[in-house]
Design a protein around this ligand. Structure first.
Ligand code: DP6
Length: 320
């Protein structure tokens, strides 16, 4: 009764921010992301009748705080009467710092749990179950460019274009490694309740999605850059205008944006995006990745850089 799966985080270019139905974790808006290649989470799930309670190890240390959310994801896959579970998670990048660790964790957990429970579920069902645990996790079930639709009563993802069809590079500039002050789930709810910009965000999202879809279909980086940066800044302006305000940026985050602007001025194919954390992700053409990486590394306050291509969706670990 064991399953092991690998999943990579995804970075949203058109953001998911806000829920339409908290109970079922249905997003208020559609979103578009790219699945990364080099960053990953590996999850092993063991169902064992002899276990009195679930247990979770994250990077070799017990983690009580995350356990309830993971346990309820296991319930949704294997049923509430399932045996106790031993969950072992390893992640090769900072957790809970705005690098989408919950996306790769819940995507990998869902795939591993289905295997451990002996359930053969298709990708659509796995994405729906992962998305109930964490909205962005649904997108990590697929590789390349992925759209999470906002329609109907289920969480539905579809592939817009494979990783190999438009092999962009993502340079992640780390500016701080601690966990974020407010998690995304809570922050988006505060935004929904208090931000004066929230309803126009929801109203305009289908417009942004349409432009991004067309840019991806045409492999038009300039068009994608303009809409992705706009969508990202719009999401952050909702947070800044919330009560209490939520500002995830630090001084180095801002400096990284200036670095990206400078690179754009020099004609480099690159744009930025930022999630609920202080890290900056620079999406660029592979031929400009070396310059983008060097410029961000030289930006004051950047403590580390991770460079990755685009990758495939969550999958069972292949034996050996
Ligand atoms: C800023 O997927 O973490 O990264 O569904 O409450 O778990 P929950 O939220 P989560 O939110 C992700 C927010 C974001 C934007 C995005 O990935 O689209």
């Amino acid at each position: 009764m064991q399953g092991t799966a690998i999943a990579q985080p995804n970075i949203a270019l058109i953001k998911y921010w806000g829920k339409r139905d908290i109970e079922r974790n249905l997003p208020a808006v559609g979103s578009i992301s790219v699945t990364l290649r080099e960053l990953h989470t590996r999850m092993q799930v063991d169902f064992d009748d002899a276990l009195a309670a679930d247990a979770l190890m994250v990077n070799d240390a017990p983690d009580e705080a995350m356990l309830p959310r993971l346990a309820s994801c296991l319930d949704s896959v294997a049923g509430r009467d399932r045996p106790g579970a031993r969950i072992v998670s390893t992640c090769n990048f900072p957790i809970a710092a705005g690098l989408a660790s919950s996306a790769s964790s819940f995507a990998a957990l869902t795939v591993a749990a289905a295997k451990a429970a002996g359930e053969s579920l298709d990708t659509a069902r796995l994405a729906s179950l992962a998305g109930r645990a964490s909205g962005s996790a649904a997108r990590s079930l697929l590789g390349g460019f992925v759209e999470l639709e906002n329609a109907g009563d289920d969480i539905v993802c579809r592939s817009l274009c494979g990783a190999e069809d438009w092999p962009l590079t993502v340079v992640v500039a780390i500016t701080e490694s601690g966990p974020k002050p407010v998690g995304s789930t809570e922050a988006m709810e505060i935004s929904r309740r208090t931000s004066p910009f929230y309803s126009s965000w929801v109203d305009r999202q289908s417009h942004d999605l349409e432009i991004a879809r067309a840019a991806i279909a045409a492999r038009d980086l300039e068009k994608l850059a303009a809409i992705a940066e706009h969508n990202c800044l719009k999401m952050h302006s909702i947070m800044w205008a919330s009560r209490p305000p939520m500002v995830y940026w630090n001084a180095a985050t801002m400096r990284c944006l200036q670095t990206v602007r400078q690179l754009q001025g020099e004609g480099k194919g690159v744009f930025f995006t930022i999630d609920a954390g202080p890290q900056v992700k620079a999406v660029c053409l592979p031929e400009h990745a070396t310059e983008v990486e060097a410029a961000l590394r030289a930006t004051p306050g950047v403590t580390d850089i991770m460079t990755t291509g685009l990758g495939e969706g969550a999958r069972l670990e292949s034996p050996g």
